[in-house]
Design a protein around this ligand. Structure first.
Ligand code: XMP
Length: 528
C-alpha cells in the first residue's frame, strides 16, 4: 500500500485514482496524520500539492516521522517544497507564478554519482516532456544532498532527488491528464522504486470486502439498506447478499415518481435475478398526496419527498426489525447499508486548511440518528467506474450497471409545476420512449444522463384535422464526466424527428416536443 498524504490540492484525489489504475492499492489521509497512529506500514509515501506556502507560520507540515520510515517518498508541488523545507528551508515565493503547460527537461546522472536510483523516476521516458504546472513558490536552491533531475525554463529545480535515499520531489503534477506521461512517472515511483504490488483488482476486492463484512457484522448480525435501482445501491446490496445472505434486508420505496415500471423491474432484477432479500413498499399515494398543490417551489418538492422517504423507510425498517428479531439464527438489525463512494469520502477527509478540523463522514442520506444504526459502507474505497466493474463481476445485468443516474426526487423535479398522477403518467411515458430510442440508436452509454421533462404550459397543435391544446415535452440529454459542468448532446435531426413523432403519437396529452440546448452552466442538468 502506498500512503498519500493530502495537503489539500484540488488534484490530490487524482493521485489515488492513477495509482488504482496501475492496480496499486493506496490510501489517502490528511497531511496531519500521525504516523504512530497509522497501524500499517506503507511501501512508499506521496506528499500531495496544496494551496499553501511552506514558509507561512501556519503552513501545514507532515509528521517528521515520515522521514524515519525508511521508505521512498515522492513530493509533488507543495510536497516537493515540504521535503525541501524539512531538509533546510530553501523555498521562496516565485517571481513568476507558473500555471499551465511547461516543457520539462530530464537530467540523467547515470550510475555514477548517486548509484542509479535518481534516474529511476524518469526511466523509460523521453528527455523532453510536456508537464502541467500550478504553483507560485519554487525552490531557491537545492537542499543538501539533493541533485537536480529535471528542469523547466522557469523552474531550475523542477525535479530533485536525494543522492542516497529514495526521496524525490517534482514541481509539476503527474496525476493530471495534462501531463501526458505523468502516469509513467507515478508507475516508476510506486512500482519500480517502492516495489508496491500491482494486485489491486476487483476480484480481490470482492473477496476482501466479503470477509470484512462478515467479520464486522458477526455470525448473527443483520443489516438493512435502501435500494433505488441505481448501480451503487444495487452493487452494495449484492455484495451484502454474498456476504451474509438473507440477513441483509433491502428496501425499495416506491415514491410514485420513479420511472415507468421501475419498481416492478427493480424488484424482478433484485429478487429473481440477484437473489436479494427485498421488500418493496408502495407509498405512491402518500408521496403524491403530499405533493398535491405544490406548484412553483422545487425545493419544497425535494423536502417533501426526502422527509416522506425517511418516514416510510423508518416505518418499514421497524417492521422488518420486529419480524427479524431474536431468532437463534439472527440477532437484531444493528447496521445500515450505505452506498457511499470514494469521491464522497475524499470530500470529507481531504485536508481543508491548517486550522480546519477534518470533517468526519456522515453521509447517512438524511436518515435520523435516532434509528441508532451503525453504518456499513462497502463501496467507500471505490470510484464509479470501479463500482461498475464490480457490478459486472457480481453478475449484475449490463443494463443496470450502465444506468444513468436518477435523482432522489425522481420525475417530480422533471414535472415543472404541480405533480399529479396524470402529469406523472405523461412524463413517464414520454421519458420511456426517449430512453428506448436512445438505446436503440446505441447512444445510451455516450450520453451521461437523459430524460423527458414536462413543461407547465399548453400549446396549440393540429392532430387528425382537429385543433388541440395540449402540453409540451422537453427532452434533455447531456454529456459530462463530473456532473458539475455538462454539454447538451448533439443528436442528429433524424433521431429527434423520430422521438418527437413517437411521443406526440403515443403519449396522450402531448402535442409538441422541444429539445433543450442549454449547457451547464448556465443551466442545471435537471430543470428544477
Ligand atoms: P443539476 O440539476 O444540479 O444535477 O445540474 C446534477 C446531478 O445531480 C442530480 N440531482 C439530484 N440528485 N437529489 C438527487 O439525488 C436531488 O435533489 C437532485 N437534484 C439533481 C441530477 O440528476 C444530476 O445527475
Amino acid at each position: 500500500t502506498i500512503l498519500v498524504l493530502d495537503f489539500g490540492s484540488q488534484y490530490s484525489h487524482l493521485i489515488t485514482r492513477r495509482l488504482r489504475e496501475l492496480n496499486v492499492y493506496c490510501e489517502m489521509l490528511p497531511c496531519t496524520q500521525k504516523l504512530v497512529e497509522l497501524g500499517w506500514n506503507p511501501k512508499g509515501v506521496i506528499l500531495s500539492g496544496g494551496p499553501y506556502s511552506v514558509y507561512w507560520d501556519d503552513a501545514p507540515h507532515v509528521d517528521p516521522a515520515v522521514f524515519d520510515l525508511d521508505v521512498p517518498i515522492l513530493g509533488i508541488c507543495y510536497g516537493l517544497q515540504e521535503i525541501a523545507w524539512h531538509f533546510g528551508k530553501n523555498v521562496l515565493a516565485g517571481e513568476k507564478r507558473e500555471y499551465g503547460h511547461a516543457y520539462l527537461k530530464v537530467d540523467r546522472h547515470g550510475d555514477g554519482e548517486a548509484g542509479g536510483h535518481v534516474d529511476k523516476l524518469f526511466a523509460g521516458l523521453e528527455d523532453d516532456m510536456e508537464v502541467w504546472m500550478s504553483h507560485g513558490d519554487k525552490l531557491s536552491h537545492l537542499p543538501d544532498d539533493f541533485i537536480t533531475v529535471a528542469t523547466t525554463s522557469n523552474a531550475p529545480f523542477a525535479g530533485m532527488a536525494h543522492k542516497t535515499k529514495k526521496y524525490y520531489g517534482i514541481q509539476f503534477h503527474p496525476e493530471v491528464t495534462h501531463t501526458p506521461q505523468g502516469k509513467v512517472v507515478l508507475k516508476n515511483f510506486a512500482v519500480d522504486i517502492c516495489q508496491a504490488q500491482t494486485n489491486w483488482t476487483m476480484d480481490k476486492f470482492v473477496d476482501q470486502e466479503i470477509e470484512r463484512i462478515r467479520k464486522l457484522v458477526g455470525d448473527k448480525g443483520q443489516v438493512i439498506g435502501a435500494v433505488s435501482g441505481g448501480v451503487d445501491s444495487t452493487v452494495a446490496a449484492k455484495l451484502m447478499k454474498e456476504a451474509i445472505g438473507d440477513r441483509f434486508h433491502a428496501v425499495l420505496v416506491d415514491n410514485g415518481v420513479l420511472r415507468l415500471d421501475e419498481a416492478k423491474q427493480v424488484k424482478e432484477t433484485l429478487t429473481a435475478g440477484l437473489g436479494i432479500n427485498l421488500t418493496v413498499i408502495d407509498a405512491s399515494d402518500r408521496f403524491l398526496g403530499r405533493l398535491k398543490g405544490v406548484t412553483d417551489d422545487p425545493e419544497k418538492k425535494r423536502k417533501i419527498i426526502g422527509n416522506t422517504f425517511i418516514e416510510v423507510f423508518q416505518e418499514t425498517a421497524k417492521k422488518i426489525a420486529e419480524d427479524a428479531r431474536g431468532s437463534d439464527k439472527a440477532g437484531d438489525i444493528e447496521w445500515l447499508l450505505q452506498g457511499t463512494l470514494y469521491p464522497d469520502v475524499i470530500e470529507s477527509i481531504s485536508f481543508k486548511g491548517p486550522s480546519a478540523t477534518i470533517k468526519t463522514h456522515h453521509n447517512v442520506g438524511g436518515l435520523p440518528k435516532d434509528m441508532n444504526l451503525k453504518l456499513i459502507e462497502p463501496l467507500r474505497e471505490l470510484f464509479k467506474d470501479e463500482v461498475r466493474e464490480l457490478g459486472k463481476n457480481l453478475g449484475i445485468p449490463e443494463d443496470l450497471v450502465w444506468r444513468h443516474p436518477f435523482p432522489g426526487p425522481g420525475i417530480a423535479i422533471r414535472i415543472l409545476g404541480e405533480v399529479t398522477p396524470e402529469q406523472v403518467r405523461i412524463a413517464r411515458e414520454a421519458d420511456a420512449i426517449f430512453i428506448e430510442e436512445i438505446k436503440a440508436a446505441g447512444l445510451y452509454r455516450q450520453i451521461s444522463q437523459a430524460f423527458a421533462a414536462l413543461l407547465p404550459v399548453k400549446a396549440v397543435g393540429v392532430m387528425g384535422d382537429k385543433r388541440v391544446h395540449d402540453q409540451v415535452i422537453a427532452l434533455r440529454a447531456v454529456e459530462t464526466t463530473d456532473f458539475m459542468t455538462a454539454d447538451w448532446f448533439p443528436f442528429d435531426g433524424a433521431f429527434l424527428k423520430k422521438v418527437s413523432r413517437r411521443i406526440v403519437n403515443e403519449v396522450n396529452g402531448v402535442c409538441r416536443v422541444v429539445y433543450d440546448i442549454t449547457s451547464k452552466p448556465p443551466g442545471t442538468i435537471e430543470m428544477e
